[in-house]
Design a protein around this ligand. Structure first.
Ligand SMILES: Nc1nc2c(c(=O)[nH]1)N[C@H]1C(S)=C(S)[C@@H](COP(=O)(O)O)O[C@H]1N2
Ligand SMILES: [Mo]
Length: 159
């Protein structure tokens, strides 16, 4: 089973598996993502739910979102997503398939359009296997313009 590794400026470095996500406090469970993101389905925990178990230090200012399967990475200001960020771990109660961006996926309700803001749709990182809390901005290879998007989506058909 694939785990989501959580590391960096945290009190508890952890690796969460599907069952661990299910065990997260009910208050931090989103049973139907469509209630927050119309058109999307599945189950998630809130970023707050993750923070509650890993306890980032006060120095953590950025969230590094890593998808190693296709080497896709985003680094976004933590404060801007802390109260709304989600980590999807299931669809229809089952572990999220890689075809749906699984095993885990970062999602931001009310994200900005691609390339218009730090907190944009591109930061909805698929194949998420590592979340890193850092003091400064980390590696980020989100597409920067239309052309880079086109190149990325052409590549995406492989998954
Ligand atoms: N791992 C990974 N995550 C990714 C991407 C990617 O290429 N690889 N593309 C990003 C971009 S540019 C966008 S706009 C959204 C698209 O999400 P969707 O396929 O659910 O519409 O996923 C983001 N997450
Ligand atoms: Mo994007």
């Amino acid at each position: 089973m694939t785990a989501l590794k959580v590391s960096g400026l945290v009190e508890n470095e952890i690796a969460l598996q599907f069952e661990d996500f299910q065990q997260i406090n009910a208050a931090q469970q989103i049973d139907d993502i469509s209630s927050l993101m119309p058109g999307r389905t599945g189950q998630a925990i809130t970023l707050i739910g993750l923070v509650d178990v890993c306890h980032p230090s006060g120095e953590a200012e950025f969230l590094g979102l890593h998808g190693s399967l296709d080497d896709f990475h985003a680094s976004i200001p933590l404060a801007a997503v802390l109260k709304r960020g989600l980590i999807q771990y299931a669809d229809d109660g089952q572990a999220l398939d890689v075809k749906a961006g699984g095993p885990y996926r970062f999602l931001i309700p009310d994200h900005a359009a691609c390339n218009t803001d730090d907190i944009d749709e591109c930061a909805n990182v698929k194949f998420l296997d590592h979340i890193e809390f850092t003091a400064t901005r980390g590696f980020d290879n989100r597409p920067e313009d239309e052309q880079e998007h086109a190149a990325l989506h052409a590549k995406e058909h492989g998954h």
